[in-house]
Design a protein around this ligand. Sequence first.
Ligand code: C2E
Ligand code: MG
Ligand code: MG
Ligand code: MG
Length: 282
Amino acid sequence: AAKEAGGNTYRFFRQEMLERTTRRLTLEMDLRRAISNNELELHYQPKIDLASNTVTGVEALLRWRHPTRGMQAPGEFIPLAEENALICDIGAWVIGEACRQTAIWRAQGLDLKVAINISARQLETGDLYQQLCALAHQRGIPPSSLELELTESALMKNPEGVTGLLNQFRQAGVRIAVDDFGTGYSSLAYLRRLPIDILKIDRSFVLDAIADEDDAQIIKTILALGQSLKLAVVAEGVESESQAALLKASGCDQAQGYLYAKPLPGDDIEAWLTQHTHSVTS
Ligand code: C2E
Ligand code: MG
Ligand code: MG
Ligand code: MG
C-alpha cells in the first residue's frame, strides 16, 4: 500500500510538472503573438515634486490586454519573458511606444520626461544605446526626454560591465534611476562610482513607514545616502497623505503612488495633468 501511495505521489508530481511546463509554453507563445497583435500597451504614472507639488515626469508601465484573460500586470508575464530573449523584443517595443507617446505629448506642448523600465538582459545585448537613439530619432524626440529605470539588482549584477553603457546614456542626457532601491545588495563603492542620477525607494519601505520605525529609519538612511552622493530620491508607492508628509519632512524630493495617480493610459494623462495643476493652484 505504501508503494502504491508513493507511486501516486510520483504520478501527481509528474502531472503537476507537465501542467506547469504546458502553461509556460502557452504563455510564451501567447506573449510572442501579443507584440504583433498589438495587445501590449503602456500606462503612465506621474511623479510629483513634493516641495512644489508639480509633476516632474511619468513612468511607463507595461500592460497586456489579453484577448481572453483580460488585462495582465507585468508581474504576471515579465518574469517569464526575462528567462529568455523575449524580454528584448518586448523591451524594444516598450522603448518605441514610449517614444511615440512622448512625441504626441511634445506636439501638444507637454514636455514630460518619460521613464522606461529596463531589464538586466537588455543591458547585456550590447546595442541598447543605439536602439534607443534610433527609436527616439524616428519619432523626432531628443533621447534626453527619456529616463531609464534599472533595478538595483540588475545594476549590481555587473556594475563594471554597465558603466560604459550608462556613461553613453548620460552623455546623451538620458538620466538613470536605480529602481527598487533598498531591496538589493548595493556595494556602496560601486554606487558612488556608477553614473546614476536618481534613487527610487522601494515601495515596501513606504508601505509601513508610518507604523514601523525600522522602515522609517531605512528611508531616512536612503535619503542621507542620496544627499551625500548628490542623487535625487523618489519614493514609490505613496498611498496616503501621512506617508507623503513623513517623506516631505524627511527631505524626500519626489513621490509616486496611488495618492496622486494610478498608472493611466497615455490619452488620459493630459486630462489628469489639467486637473492636478488646477487643484494645486486653487
Ligand atoms: P516598478 O518599476 O518598481 O513599478 C512600480 C510598480 O508599483 C508598478 O506596478 C505600479 O503600478 C505600482 N504602484 C505604483 N504606485 C503604487 C501604490 O501607491 N500602491 C501600490 N500598491 N502599487 C503602486 P506594475 O505596473 O504592476 O509593474 C510592476 C513591475 O514590473 C515594475 O516595478 C517593473 O519592475 C516591471 N515593469 C513594468 N513595466 C515594465 C517594462 O516596460 N519593462 C520591464 N522590463 N519591466 C517592467
Ligand atoms: Mg520602475
Ligand atoms: Mg520600483
Ligand atoms: Mg518594483
